[in-house]
Design a protein around this ligand. Structure first.
Ligand code: SAM
Length: 254
């Protein structure tokens, strides 16, 4: 589970990683810029319907955290996507927040970004009271693997699959489905503070779950990430960052 302390502003800080969950200076704007814009969202939500697999857009994220990236994406999806299309959002999280922690975070979100209110309450209503992380002893229950949670939001327009596991191990669980992602949100704490996550095995597994044209955005421009993604078969560009961040990365699978 996530070990948090709280800033005076009410925002969470990770005691495990000694890092912030999101920019305390415009978290929503950062999410829109780094993750949505670098994947050409929300334009792609409505302009490219035929390119979607059975009208389903698949996004995967490493490090669900507070769910801010998910909530902002859900908000834009509901505004822009065609009525009959579905957003399938898969997020892997090794140290999930408890429902109580999430409730506390969403009080801040609701004050700062009232437009997210309905997405926050929909997610909180469905978020499990306890989250099991069973890896490496995964057991299959009637609903699938026991560390996977499938939440259907907004009358099924948005499917959130939450996998409680290490990023690489969690993504490997998706390989048998043979479903390819349309876009990646590569989040996670800074590589210098979390070197265990940013491994070549992660980038290779992402490549296996991608198709030609799959895009990605990430907040980091660290060399180890850029080189790893290139080695795994992504074309990577450095993009100017927002605020104090000098550069971020955007990518596309060859
Ligand atoms: C910067 S926070 C993510 C912020 C998140 N996207 C949000 O909107 O709050 C990084 C997240 O990555 C998770 N994480 C760190 N190492 C991980 C790993 N090896 N596998 C999966 N998740 C990991 C952390 O627990 C944390 O929730």
């Amino acid at each position: 589970m996530a070990k948090l302390s709280w800033l005076k502003s009410g925002e969470p800080f990770s005691e495990q990683f000694q890092d912030f969950y999101f920019s305390t200076d415009g978290g929503l704007q950062e999410t829109e810029y780094v993750f949505l814009r670098q994947n050409n969202f929300p334009q792609r939500f409505h302009s490219n319907q035929q390119a979607l697999n059975n009208k389903t857009l698949r996004i995967a994220e490493t490090g669900f955290g507070t769910g801010l990236n998910f909530l902002v994406t859900a908000y834009h999806w509901l505004q822009n996507a065609a009525q009959d299309s579905i957003l399938e959002y898969t997020a892997i999280e090794k140290y999930p927040l408890t429902k109580l922690q999430l409730t506390q975070v969403y009080q801040v979100f609701n004050q700062s970004w009232p437009q997210l209110h309905s997405c926050c309450s929909e997610l909180l209503g469905l978020y499990p009271d306890t989250l099991l992380s069973t890896s490496p002893f995964l057991r299959r229950g009637s609903e699938g693997l026991e560390n996977q949670y499938e939440l259907k939001l907004f009358a099924g327009k948005i499917h959130l699959k939450l996998i409680i596991d290490d990023a690489t191990a969690g993504l490997k669980q998706l390989l048998p489905t043979n479903n390819k992602m349309d876009a990646w949100y590569l989040d996670g704490f800074a590589p210098a503070k979390n070197p265990e996550m940013w491994q070549i095995a992660l980038f290779e597994t992402m490549a296996e779950l991608s198709k030609s044209g799959t895009t990605l955005g990430t907040f980091t421009s660290a060399g180890i990430v850029r080189r790893g993604l290139i080695e795994a078969g992504f074309e990577i560009s450095k993009i100017p960052g927002l605020g104090k961040k000098r550069e971020i990365l955007a990518g596309i699978k060859k």
